[in-house]
Design a protein around this ligand. Sequence first.
Ligand code: NDP
Ligand code: MG
Ligand code: MG
Length: 330
Amino acid sequence: RARMYYDEDADLSVLTNKTIAIVGYGSQGHAHALNLKDSGIDVIVGLYEGSRSWARAENEGLTVYPTAEAAAKADLVMILLPDEVQRDIYTRDIAPHLGKGKTLAFAHGFNIHFSQIVPSKEVDVLMVAPKGPGHLVRRVFTEGKGVPCLFAVEQDASGKARATAMAYARAIGGTRAGILETTFREEAETDLFGEQTVLCGGLTALIKAGFETLVEAGYQPELAYFECLHEVKLIVDLIVEGGLAKMRDSISNTAEFGDYTRGPRIVDERTKAEMKKILAEIQNGEFAKQWVLDSQANYASFKAMRRREAEHPIEEVGADLRKMMSWLRS
Ligand code: NDP
Ligand code: MG
Ligand code: MG
């Protein structure tokens, strides 16, 4: 069974007298930078001139430098830019300043595992990947809690990379919840698989298919929205709290009977066979290549798909309904 590590397993002093540069100040970037700062770590932010994030980082009490300057000043550079732009910025602004003894860090294994970034053998390369969105990484930290993280070491030139990764995970709150050791390969492949087939791709496709089936059969779109989208959260919360059993305890016997008899007809052997194909495309680099090439083509397919998805009727019905659900507004 995999071992979880907690606060007492990670030695924060590994990071004292070190400067950490957080490159990028978006979802993960702002959370890492602010949590590190609150943990007493010397942290600076690296951004490009003209970045929309620049003023925000300064307003939140951080010192910002152009990326190359931040990389030069830092002992550890954590890259928290969108995955598909990391290679260019790394090559231009970071690599020239990554001398022997420095550490390069990531929150996702994509660029290292799929050979988009190939650091010199003289630097430590590690990963600390929170298993949750950035705003949560920040919010739960301010509440005294943390988001679980994965950590990994790809290169250990100094002999201290693992201790550094664990200290970093502690400083952003990860060890409050528990951290798990992995490899760049395992994290990259499982993260992509999870988001493509279950969390993001699978779930949105399931929601849309259910909604469309009801609307095409003549039922009110508002009802279809509640049944197939809104209630997902209520069910998922129960599953996360107490497994499938807790959810099944709390639904009606009728719903539970329908679950057992109909669910396996929706996600069947064909679905699983397709999941295996998708996993193979991740493992053989085909997905990474397709994504990197599309980003280099100015996101031709990505932007078209974004536009088309935004026009789906479930989004229009949902926008109207959510305006009326005052309790949803935070
Ligand atoms: P974001 O998309 O939120 O990053 C935005 C930041 O990157 C902003 O500061 C933005 O500047 C800057 N940026 C965007 N495009 C460019 C560019 N072309 N050149 C220079 N700077 C740019 O990233 P995420 O936080 O979502 O992801 C960061 C890393 O964390 C990724 O490796 C991701 O896989 C990983 N990760 C993300 C999670 C998440 O919750 N989002 C969860 C776990 C891991 P500006 O404001 O000027 O646009
Ligand atoms: Mg991901
Ligand atoms: Mg019902």
